[in-house]
Design a protein around this ligand. Structure first.
Ligand SMILES: [Fe+2]
Ligand SMILES: [Fe+2]
Length: 285
């Protein structure tokens, strides 16, 4: 079911939160449709798990074959693994960081991406959409090396990919959060492991504070809405140690545990058998 994030007569932003539910195998993820004056863009359309549901769910709002753009914040499977199906069923262009331009064709059949990719330079750009633009905002290393967020100046929504992600159900993801503190337990572990460093977070917040943002919408979990919650989110990021901040030599030791094929989990190494008496006797001079 589509969640309406914004609507005026010529501009619509929709979010789909329940097409890929957290089920222990795949992480819950959101997909987005932005329409301006009859021109449509999908943001982070997702993997093969999402394709058929998204195609059917967006159809009442916008005819999928008429899509102009597939915007990919980065090249992860939950972002764009459905690329082949979308390029086959639409004439849309893929908009993605230039550093993924030559990797994205690995998701498709031979030749499928020919003249279909807009490779975005590191500094970003403003992409025409109907009579408006979508801003392709640099967010490198948050978490991918080439990473963009998408700012819609009409709705004042900043689509932040994995930044701001929370691990909740699709139903919870459909409800914007207006108070950050109770939401932090759903976000913290993810950000500590998936975001690269506090330096990068602070560079990003310094840029993001220049934007007029009403709602910050991640690709997993619930949107963060309102000036106070967004300010609190920026402040939280400013103080968060993550990624390489937390890595030291203990994280780079040669492995000793073995994978048990029954449980598919790691187990302590099997102790070496004690030397037998007979063996001891043989080696006694
Ligand atoms: Fe990702
Ligand atoms: Fe993701």
């Amino acid at each position: 079911m589509a969640v309406e994030l914004y609507r005026d007569p010529q501009h619509v932003c929709l979010m789909f939160t329940d097409l890929v539910e957290e089920d222990g195998q795949a992480v819950q993820s959101n997909q987005f449709l932005v329409i301006d004056h009859g021109v449509g863009a999908l943001i982070d359309p997702g993997g093969n798990l999402a394709f058929h549901g998204l195609f059917a769910s967006m159809a009442p709002h916008f005819p999928p074959p008429r899509l102009s753009y597939l915007l990919a914040s980065h090249a992860d499977p939950d972002i764009i693994a459905s690329l082949d199906q979308w390029l086959t069923s639409t004439r849309a262009m893929l908009v993605i960081s230039r550093i993924w331009e030559r990797f994205a064709p690995h998701f498709t059949k031979v030749g499928q991406t020919q003249d279909r990719i807009i490779a975005v330079p590191d500094e970003g750009a403003r992409l025409p959409l109907g009579r408006s633009t979508l801003w392709l905002v640099p967010a490198h290393f948050l978490h991918a090396e080439g990473n963009f967020h998408f700012y819609d100046p009409v709705s004042r929504i900043l689509f932040t990919g994995d930044l701001g992600a929370s691990m909740v159900s699709g139903t919870q993801a459909s409800q914007p959060v207006r108070e950050l503190a109770p939401h932090l337990p759903h976000m913290e572990a993810f950000h500590r492991r998936y975001m690269v460093s506090n330096k990068i977070l602070r560079l990003w917040t310094a840029m993001a504070r220049q934007l007029d943002v009403d709602m910050l919408v991640p690709q997993h979990g619930a949107p963060i809405q309102g000036a106070q919650a967004i300010a609190d989110f920026y402040a939280w990021l400013d103080g968060l140690a993550c990624g390489i901040d937390l890595m030291d030599a203990s994280a780079y030791q040669l492995p000793r545990d073995r994978i048990d094929l029954t449980t598919r989990r790691t187990m302590p190494p099997t102790p070496a058998p004690a030397p037998s008496l007979a063996r001891s006797d043989q080696t006694t001079p």
